[in-house]
Design a protein around this ligand. Structure first.
Ligand code: GLU
Length: 551
């Protein structure tokens, strides 16, 4: 077979050579050890936690080593593409602090190794396709869908491995004449790789996460170009990652199955193989067993979920770090205020089996992250969230920034900051009572008579002075307890509750409920200071009235 003639027959318009492309996309001038890597998502419109994990690993590896992170859009599957998906993707990743040095952007491409959208690279793939054909390493296959389906059925019946290989590789050794005939009849074709591998052979391979792997050679003549001339993932991966000078490929371990083919392809194309970082899936506990997070069953897989719940970006980022590198948490404890990117991330510490996603743990991390922020930052982030997801609350926050910031400053700073907020959604239940429209009527413990509660509240009003300091304020509350026969000795009360009609804690709770509508609130003295004299008094009077007082 004259492979050169076949190459000309299939790709008459390809005039560029691999050498031309090598020249156009030269080796990058980076320092030794710099990692050049990429994110290569398909624009399906759904950005999930797995994308973020992969992005974060890639970003850290690139930027920690003084390398380059670029974004390549894998849009070869036009059927799955959703309009606007690339923009959503870029925007979401940026929101999570993943910045690209080059690649696809909101408006076109940036960088010298583009185009960065695969559908715009057809000419480039064809240069290498032609080369493979001219070397006898690729050939056209004219099998129809029906023929392939029939073949598959036959293989299944015979309990053989399915696929296009060995005797089933029907177009592997056809003559130039036969091929010419099909072409002139206008038959559609795909380009297949001519595999020389055998499943009898195995070889060793080193993956940065999975460690030493024993790999069986590939014997399948996989498709390189589909009938529309667009490459499969495999072919595009080899060509793009070579020409874009990728040194490390970070991707999901579902690609391990076709890794033998990728290795073969890089060799056939005379490309240097990049290093691979195959990451395990994200899993969760479902009852007593682990399973992969699923798009259908788990809303928490979608990144939009975290935004809508109101997890700060930093919290999601920190949580993923704790998932990926088990020493991150110790580091954070030792360096509570250090920027996250001063942590030395290591891909070697990734769990080869994947990571177990734990929502409760994420919530914990988030509480810590928020507790370390200053009130101004909490205000800014909360307002931004509320304006989008709870506009009424958002408007209230926006209208009086100083007031909201004062509220959010309660219990902040110091060694043991309060940890009331895990997500911005928690803020309204926590602080809503500061806004009169959100104040709820208190529901008192039925154990106590309305008259007793009224009495406590009236006594409080009588002695209330907004200028008191917190010690005097509390002495006054204690005095009320004593005057009505409630104990201030909590130890004695715990030992024998039946011996006392109530305690100073009950007195505080009555007052707290009258002022905030709830049994839990941040420090009540401070709450009153922020509400001010008039609103505090007014709320207590209103409660007294609702309990049948002032009639
Ligand atoms: N488009 C592929 C995916 O989304 C990219 C895999 C890779 O990073 O090579 O799985």
């Amino acid at each position: 077979m004259d492979y050169q003639a076949l190459a000309e027959l299939l790709f008459p318009n390809v005039t560029q050579t691999p050498e031309d492309l090598e020249e156009k996309y030269p080796a990058r001038q980076v320092s030794e050890g710099a990692v050049i890597t990429r994110m290569a998502p398909s624009p399906t419109g759904f950005v999930h936690l797995g994308n973020l994990v992969q992005g974060l690993i890639s970003e850290r590896m690139a930027h920690q080593s003084g390398g380059v992170l670029f974004l390549r859009v894998e849009d070869t599957d036009a059927k799955r593409e959703v309009p606007g998906a690339v923009e959503v993707l870029i925007d979401t990743l940026r929101h999570y602090g993943i910045h690209f040095d080059e690649g696809a952007t909101m408006d076109g491409d940036a960088g010298n190794y583009g185009p960065y959208r695969q559908r715009q690279r057809a000419d480039i793939y064809h240069v290498y396709a032609k080369k493979l054909v001219s070397q006898g390493q690729a050939y056209p296959c004219f099998c129809t869908e029906e023929e392939l389906a029939a073949m598959r059925e036959k293989q299944e019946q015979a309990k053989e491995t399915t696929g296009y290989y060995g005797p089933y590789a029907l177009w592997r050794d056809r003559s130039l004449e036969e091929i010419r005939e099909q072409l002139s009849a206008g038959k559609s074709w795909v380009l297949r790789f001519r595999s020389t591998g055998s499943i009898e052979n195995q070889f060793k391979f080193d993956d940065l996460v999975k460690g030493k792997l024993t790999i069986t050679e590939n014997n399948v003549d996989h498709v390189l170009l589909k009938s529309d001339g667009i490459p499969t993932y495999h072919f595009a991966h080899a060509v793009d990652d070579h020409l874009m000078r990728t040194t490390h490929v970070v991707r999901g371990d579902e690609w391990l199955a076709t890794l033998p083919f990728h290795i073969q392809l890089f060799k056939a194309l005379d490309f240097k193989l990049p290093k691979y970082v195959h990451i395990g899936p994200l899993m969760k506990m479902d009852g007593n067993s682990k399973r992969k997070l699923s798009k259908r069953k788990d809303p928490e897989l979608a990144l939009t979920y975290y935004k809508a719940e109101g997890f700060p970006v930093e919290a999601v980022y920190e949580y993923i770090m704790t998932l990926l590198n088990s020493n991150f948490e110790d580091w954070r404890r030792a360096n509570p205020d250090a920027p996250t990117d001063s942590f030395k991330f290591s891909p070697k510490k990734l769990n080869p089996a994947g990571s177990l996603f734990d929502y409760a743990k994420l919530t914990d991390v988030s509480k810590n992250v928020i507790s370390r922020m200053d009130a101004e930052k909490v205000y800014a982030l909360l307002k931004e969230w509320a304006v989008e997801f709870d506009p009424d609350f958002g408007a209230k926050l926006a209208v009086a920034p100083a007031y909201a910031t004062r509220i959010l400053a309660i219990g902040r700073g110091g060694k043991k900051p309060r940890k009331d907020l895990a997500v911005w959604k928690d803020a309204k239940p926590y602080m809503g009572f500061f806004y009169d429209e959100y104040l709820q009527a208190p529901v008192f413990d039925e154990k106590f008579d309305a008259a007793l509660i009224r009495d406590v509240l009236s006594r409080f009003l009588e002695s209330f002075d907004i200028t008191d300091d917190s010690a005097i304020w509390f002495e006054k509350v204690k005095k009320i307890a004593v005057d009505i026969g409630f104990t201030t000795d909590m130890k004695a009360y715990k030992a024998d509750p039946a011996a006392f009609p109530g305690t100073v804690a009950d007195v505080s709770t009555f007052i707290r409920q009258a002022v905030t509508g709830q049994t839990n609130s941040p420090d009540l003295y401070t709450v009153m200071q922020i509400l001010g004299k008039d609103r505090t008094v007014e709320r207590i009077q209103k409660t007294i009235a609702s309990l049948g007082g002032f009639q």
